[in-house]
Structures are given as C-alpha cells and as structure tokens.
Ligand binder design. Structure first.
Ligand SMILES: NC(=O)c1ccc[n+]([C@@H]2O[C@H](COP(=O)([O-])OP(=O)(O)OC[C@H]3O[C@@H](n4cnc5c(N)ncnc54)[C@H](OP(=O)(O)O)[C@@H]3O)[C@@H](O)[C@H]2O)c1
Length: 323
C-alpha cells in the first residue's frame, strides 16, 4: 500500500511516499480502507520527535490519527462493525498510522460516519470533537449558564469548542486574531476578543473556565480572570503535566481555583454523541485546506504555522468516491 512514512524525526520534508506492506489486523482490530485523514498539532509535534522519549523511535513511522474510510477487514472478536461499513474515528496505535491507504485500530476508535457529511469532513471531526466534549463534560463539569473563554477559537479545537460549549448551554468569549474574526463570529459567540488589539489578561470580565487552547498563558497569569472555583484548562498535556507541581502550589492560595489538563480518550460512545450532533445540525466542522498525500510536506508546513481556520485534510482517496 502507499503510505507517507518518516525514517527520522525532523522538518516537514522528512516525509517520503513509499509502497509498504498493509498492516496486519489483530483479532480485536478493524482494518480501514482510508479515504481521508486530518492533521492535528500532535502529528507535527511527533514528526519533530517531541514525544520520542515516551513513544520511542520505531521507524519507519506512519503518522496521523484522525481518519475516515471503509471497513476492509475485521478481527474475529469484532462485533460492532462489518466489512463495508463507512466509519470515522481516531486511531490508537502509538504514532497513529493514518497516512496510508490502509490503517488499523481497535473497535473503540471508530463509529459510523454521519451520512450528511463527506469523508473529508468526517476525518476532520474526531480528535478535536472528542477533546472538547470530554474536556467540558468530564474535566471541568461545564454547566449551563457558565462562561468559557476560548483562547485560540478559530483553530481545529477552538471552533469546535465554541459550538460544544454552546450545546452545553454555556456562554462563550472567543479569542483569536483580527484575521479570524469573521470566521469565528459565524459561530455566534457571546463576544469576540481580538488578541492582537487587546491584552486578554486585562479583560474586565470573569470566567468559569479559561480554555487556553493556544497555550499562551498559565494558571498564575490568568487566575485573576477566574470566578471562585474557576478552572484554567490547558490541552497541551505534556507541558501542563510538567508545570503541575508548580500549579498545585499556586492552587493553595487561589480561592478554590484550579489548573487542569487532560488527554483525549478513545471512546466510540462519545463519537456517537458527536455524530448525532452533526446529524442534528448542531455541530459543524470546517475545513481550511485540503491536500493530497503527495503534498504532506506542504500540509504539515501550513498546519504548523498554527493559524488555520478549522482543520486541514489529507485526501488518500483509496475508497470509491460514490460511497
Ligand atoms: N490534550 C488533548 O487530548 C489534545 C487534543 C487535541 C489538541 N490538543 C492541543 O490543543 C492545541 C490546539 O490544537 P488545534 O488543533 O486547535 O490547533 P490549531 O488548529 O493550529 O489552532 C491554533 C489556534 O491558536 C490561535 N492562536 C495562535 N496564536 C495565538 C495567540 N498568541 N493568542 C491566542 N490564540 C492564538 C490561532 O488563531 P489565529 O489564527 O487567529 O491566531 C488558532 O485558532 C495544540 O497544542 C494541540 O496539541 C490537545
């Protein structure tokens, strides 16, 4: 099968397109004929080798987690899917493995693709949507009427965070640059703040959750903006874990305010909730740019700049387009 592989960590030009063996499907796995993949910051962080001390260097590595496609083969223990099912999800292999014509993952990684969206759009959905759903529901217990500030509201996570916070009945202050204002305002946040014109730390409003998607601030710097019991939430897991002992110390003098981080979990019941929101028209995922597999270097260069509006997609297109 055709795959984008890396044989060393480095810049976006380390990718090579090669013909390699199809992955072997274990009894508890599903093999997907991949149609589309989306780029997440974790992909380019891993390409640079940022996680090599945790995940090792098992070259050749195939990156990419978010995927949509058609079930090609199922292991003997699989009960939820059949060959031919059209699915989307997040792969659970160490480094993903989505940037290829075929990819494997466990059953918990996938659910059926909502009919009304394309393969490309479906590949854009899973990681960012699971992140926002699980962060708001499980990590900060977001309640209707509470206020969430989303710093980095125009990117992959941010534009979904606005919509999921609204589904949960929260009020949203969306922060992004002036270039992203029009894009962000289509989601009708309660207010928009342009970080190029305003110092967010001098905002004259208090919030229940400061969701620092862009990871530009810290708990000590933002805690004056939090209501009593409020939470500074940073999705940049590894950096946040390193700072946790320091934040725990600050929490002792912070009126019940807390710093939290989290890691998205594979869960196909949560993917079903997300698919239902898409079917009901409550959640829309936006695609900024679409690339072919051969343009993977350009796709990573663009995504790594960190100013996309919505998501970037790689089309693998091994699946018949009329499905
Ligand atoms: N823990 C998890 O499970 C998990 C899951 C998914 C993602 N993440 C992490 O979440 C982070 C964001 O991911 P993403 O997919 O949303 O990235 P992205 O699509 O690249 O979006 C980046 C966003 O940051 C904004 N931004 C850039 N500079 C900024 C600044 N100085 N102040 C405020 N906003 C700024 C950009 O807006 P402008 O273009 O308007 O500047 C853009 O909206 C990454 O670190 C990623 O690794 C974690």
């Amino acid at each position: 099968m055709k795959a984008a592989i890396i044989s060393q960590f480095g810049d976006p030009d380390v990718f090579k397109i090669e013909d390699i063996e199809k992955p072997i499907v274990n009894s508890d796995q599903v093999l997907i004929n991949v149609n589309a993949v989306s780029v997440n910051p974790i992909d380019w962080k891993q390409r640079k080798g940022n996680h090599k001390y945790i995940l090792g260097s098992p070259f050749p590595i195939i990156l990419g987690y978010d995927v949509s496609g058609v079930v090609e083969e199922i292991g003997s223990e699989i009960s939820k899917f059949n060959k031919g099912d059209i699915v989307f999800g997040v792969l659970d292999n160490k480094y993903g493995g989505a940037l290829a014509e075929f990819a494997v993952g466990h059953e918990k990684c996938f659910t059926l693709k909502p009919e009304k969206i394309s393969f490309e759009n479906a590949a854009a959905v899973p990681m960012v949507s699971l992140t926002c759903l699980q962060a708001f529901r499980d990590k900060v217990n977001l309640n209707a009427g509470q206020t969430v500030l989303i710093n980095g509201a125009s990117g992959g996570v941010g534009h979904v965070a606005i919509q999921i916070a609204q589904i949960m009945g929260a009020k949203v202050i969306a922060v992004a640059s002036s270039k992203s204002k029009e894009f962000v305002e289509q989601f009708k946040p309660d207010s928009f703040v342009d970080y190029t014109e305003n110092n967010i730390l001098k905002l004259d409003k208090k919030v229940d959750v400061f969701f620092d998607v862009a990871g530009k601030y810290s708990f000590p710097k933002t805690k004056h903006l939090l209501n009593p019991g409020g939470i500074y939430l940073n999705p940049n897991y590894i950096n946040s874990i390193i700072k946790m002992p320091f934040n725990k110390f600050y929490q002792l003098f912070s009126n019940g305010k807390k710093a939290k981080t989290f890691m998205m979990k594979h869960n196909n019941s949560d993917l079903d909730i997300i698919a239902q929101w898409i079917d009901e028209g409550k959640l829309k995922i936006f695609i900024d740019k679409t690339f072919d597999l051969e343009q993977i270097t350009e796709a990573h260069e663009y995504s790594q700049k960190g100013h996309n509006k919505g998501k970037n997609i790689i089309v693998i297109a091994n699946t018949p387009q009329d499905m």
